[in-house]
Design a protein around this ligand. Structure first.
Ligand code: GLU
Length: 388
């Protein structure tokens, strides 16, 4: 059978492949410590579940507006205004099948052959693949632990050509956990405006910040950048709603309408009653977000110390999200070999850095219990020791 050529252009999502492998091992009764998917281990807060259950009872089980329930888009608009200082009307918002699908829809709506999309590396696994699926060209800007995994304005200027259409910004970052300080966000905004390109700001980890880290939505910097920004977000990480698949994009009307056109021919609306859970998430107390953050903060402290205590491994302290990005260069192994051996021999699931464009690193998600982390780190340490 001859598949469409674009399928051969992309790799499967390694985050999902390894997570599935770890789950399959667990199902066979193997004691796996899984640090694979970035998926909070907490149950979805009760009030959110109850709101979705009520929505089912109330008959919210039918087709809805392609762009999402008006009540949800109003609640998102209110949140973006009060928290992010972004003034969007509900018409400027589209509810999507998770944050991932908002990015996919956006790239489908904007990018075609000949367009370049600038992506800071290490990057989240799906950004370049989405660009390739749209026929565009990902242009990577390399960063390293030495510069806190953040691009500089010089690098950005150098990467922009007359084919550049879009910059992908992800702060707090998956996989590195870096957070761009407000001054750096403002400097990037100036270049985007000056060069008249667009920026998509993936803010899915905006609530997971540690110590003094501050999140500034790039669209809030000034009206010029606002007009060139698409803000992407979702409920999965902040509210432990990964399986619900509710995300959104907010941006210029023309772009949101283009995304709606594509969504109308692909998913139609997002699961109706799941959207009522999302409304409850926004409209009720945010204590649940803080409680999860407190747990992540404790785990971050432990894992950062523990990793750096293992000779041959090192990682910077993340400012946000729930990943440590660990340098494995001193072990002499490439990331796939490292992760495969670690999983097969010591039953610890991690994601090879090659999925994020950094073959000298692995990603460890600490969105899992402290017990699992302690056990997994001990196994990881034994594995690394066995290599030397
Ligand atoms: N975004 C999460 C991760 O990076 C979930 C898996 C995925 O969608 O890639 O692990």
């Amino acid at each position: 059978m001859k598949l469409a050529a674009r399928v051969n252009e992309v790799s499967p999502s390694l985050t999902l492949v390894i997570t599935a492998k770890a789950k399959a091992m667990k199902a066979k009764g193997i004691d796996v410590c899984s640090f694979s998917a970035g998926e909070p281990d907490f149950p979805t807060p009760q009030h959110i579940c109850e709101a979705a259950q009520r929505a089912i009872d109330d008959g919210k089980t039918r087709y809805g507006a392609v762009t999402g329930e008006l009540k949800l888009r109003e609640a998102i608009a209110k949140r973006l205004q009060t928290k992010n200082k972004l003034s969007y009307s509900p018409d400027n918002i589209i509810v999507t099948n998770g944050g991932k699908h908002s990015l996919y829809g956006l790239i489908q709506a904007l990018i075609e052959a000949g367009d370049e999309v600038i992506i800071p590396a290490p990057y989240w696994v799906s950004y370049p693949e989405m660009v390739k699926l749209a026929g565009g060209t990902p242009i990577l800007i390399e960063t390293s632990a030495a510069n806190n995994y953040r691009i500089t304005t010089e690098q950005l200027r150098e990467a922009i050509t007359d084919k550049t259409k879009l910059l992908v910004l992800n702060s707090p970052s998956n996989p590195t956990g870096t957070v761009y300080p407000p001054a750096e966000i403002r400097a990037i905004a100036d270049i985007v405006v000056e060069q008249d390109i667009l920026v998509v700001s993936d803010e899915i980890y905006e609530n997971i910040l540690y110590d003094d880290a501050e999140h500034l939505s790039i669209g809030a910097v000034n009206p010029e950048i606002f007009a060139r920004t698409i803000t992407s977000n979702g409920f999965a990480k902040s509210y432990s709603m990964t399986g619900w698949r509710v995300g959104y994009a907010a941006g210029p009307l023309e772009i949101i309408q283009a995304m709606a056109k594509i969504q109308g021919h692909s998913t139609s609306n997002i699961c109706s009653f799941a959207q009522y859970g999302a409304i409850a998430a926004l409209e009720n107390s945010q204590d649940c977000v803080q409680e999860m953050l407190n747990a992540f903060a404790e785990r971050r402290e432990f894992i950062y110390q523990a990793i750096n205590g293992i000779p041959a491994l090192s990682c910077p302290k993340p400012d946000g999200a729930f990943y440590v990005f660990v340098d494995i260069s001193k072990t002499g192994l490439k990331s796939l070999e490292f992760c495969n051996s670690l999983l097969d021999s010591y039953q610890v699931a991690t994601i090879p850095g090659i999925a994020f464009g950094a073959d000298n690193c692995i990603r460890i998600s600490y969105a899992t219990s402290l017990d699992t982390i302690k056990q997994g780190i001990e196994r990881l340490s034994n594995f690394v020791n066995s290599l030397t």
